[in-house]
Design a protein around this ligand. Structure first.
Ligand SMILES: [Fe+2]
Length: 319
C-alpha cells in the first residue's frame, strides 16, 4: 500500500463499481485507514479482484481519484446504450440492476462533485431507459415486481412518479417531452443527499407524522441551493419543484410553509404524482385502493386550484 497524494478522492460503492468495472484496469483504489488514504497495490491483483477481496472483508466503499470518475461515467453511459442492454436475451432483472447501479453511481458522483453536463445527460438517459423498461413490461405491476427486487425503494418511487407524472402531463394542452424531462430530473434529484436511513425516517414521518430531524427539514432548500449554482444545466422549473416537493397548499409543509398561490401547475402535478405513487407503494400496490388514495390526496391538497386540476387529470389517468 502507498499513501495517496492524488488530491480529491470520491467515494464509490463497491457493489456498483464492480458492475462497470470491465475496462477499469488503470483506476487507483484508495482506502481510508487511520485518517489517511492508502492506495492499494496493483502488482498482483486486477481491479475487480481487489474489489472482491475487499467485499469479502465487509468493506462496502472505496475511494477513487476525481479524474477517474470520468472513466466510471463513461462506463455507466456505455452500459446504458450497449447492445447487451437491448439484447432480447438480456433478462429484465439484469437491465433493472444495471439502471439502478447507474443511478446510484451517478447520484454518488453528483453529491460529491456537483452536477456537470455529463451527469445531467446520464440522469436523463437513466430515466429514459427506466421508462423503456416500464413500457416493455406486460403491466405496471409486473414492472414493480421486477424493480422491487432489484433496485432501491427510492429509485423505484422516483421512476414510478415519473411514469404517473408523464401520463398526468399528457392531460394538459401544454404537454411536451421537455416538460416531462424537467419533472423527471426533479424526482431523481429531490432526495439526492439523503442516506438510506434518512429516506426511511422521512417515509415513516410521511406515514405516521411526528418530528423530523433538522437536516431532513433542510434537504429541499439545500439541494435546490446547490443546483442553482448550475442554472445553465438544471432548468429553473426543476429547481422550483425540488424546493417545493414537501410543501402543501395549506402552509403546513416544509421547509418554507408556503401557501397555495406560490405553486405553479408543474409543481402541483409533480407533488400529486409523487403522493399517489408513495401512497400506492404503502398500500402494497393494491390498485383497488386507488380511489381511496385519491380521496386522501384530495382532502389534503384539493382546495387549491392548481392541485385540483392536477388531481382531476390524475383521476382520468388511473380511472
Ligand atoms: Fe424529499
Amino acid at each position: 500500500m502507498d499513501t495517496a497524494d492524488s488530491g480529491l478522492l470520491v467515494k464509490m460503492e463497491i457493489v456498483h463499481l464492480i458492475k462497470f468495472a470491465e475496462k477499469f484496469a488503470g483506476i487507483e483504489v484508495h482506502l481510508p485507514v487511520n485518517g489517511k488514504f492508502l492506495k492499494l497495490n496493483y502488482s498482483q491483483d486486477h481491479f475487480v479482484g481487489i474489489l472482491r477481496k475487499l467485499q469479502q472483508k465487509d468493506v462496502t466503499e472505496v475511494y477513487i481519484k476525481e479524474a477517474d470518475c470520468k472513466k466510471v461515467l463513461e462506463q455507466v453511459s456505455q452500459s446504458m446504450s450497449s447492445a447487451s442492454f437491448y439484447d432480447p436475451k438480456t433478462i429484465q432483472e439484469q437491465r433493472v440492476e444495471a439502471v439502478n447501479a447507474a443511478m446510484e453511481t451517478v447520484k454518488g458522483i453528483i453529491n460529491q462533485l456537483g452536477v456537470e453536463a455529463e451527469t445531467v445527460k446520464l440522469l436523463k438517459t437513466i430515466n429514459n431507459r427506466a421508462m423503456t423498461l416500464l413500457g416493455e413490461s406486460p403491466s405496471i405491476f409486473a414492472f414493480i415486481k421486477d424493480f422491487k427486487k432489484n433496485c432501491s425503494e427510492e429509485f423505484l418511487l422516483s421512476i414510478l412518479t415519473n411514469y404517473i407524472m408523464s401520463l398526468v402531463i399528457d392531460k394538459f394542452p401544454w404537454k411536451s417531452d421537455q416538460v416531462k424531462e424537467k419533472g423527471a430530473l426533479a424526482s431523481m434529484m429531490c432526495d439526492m443527499t439523503l442516506t438510506k436511513d434518512d429516506f426511511k425516517v422521512l417515509r415513516d414521518w410521511q406515514k405516521n407524522g411526528g418530528d423530523l430531524p433538522e437536516h431532513l427539514l433542510r434537504h429541499p432548500a439545500e439541494i435546490a441551493e446547490s443546483l442553482k449554482k448550475n442554472r445553465l444545466l438544471i432548468p429553473i422549473e426543476t429547481i422550483t419543484i425540488i424546493e417545493q416537493h414537501h410543501e402543501t397548499p395549506d402552509g403546513k409543509g416544509f421547509p418554507m410553509g408556503i401557501t397555495s398561490n406560490r405553486f405553479n401547475q408543474l409543481s402541483a402535478i409533480f407533488i400529486i404524482s409523487q403522493q399517489f405513487t408513495e401512497n400506492l407503494h404503502d398500500a402494497s400496490y393494491d390498485y383497488e385502493k386507488r380511489n381511496e388514495i385519491i380521496k386522501r390526496i384530495h382532502n389534503k391538497y384539493g382546495h387549491a386550484k392548481m392541485f385540483e386540476k392536477a388531481i382531476d387529470a390524475l383521476m382520468k389517468v388511473v380511472a
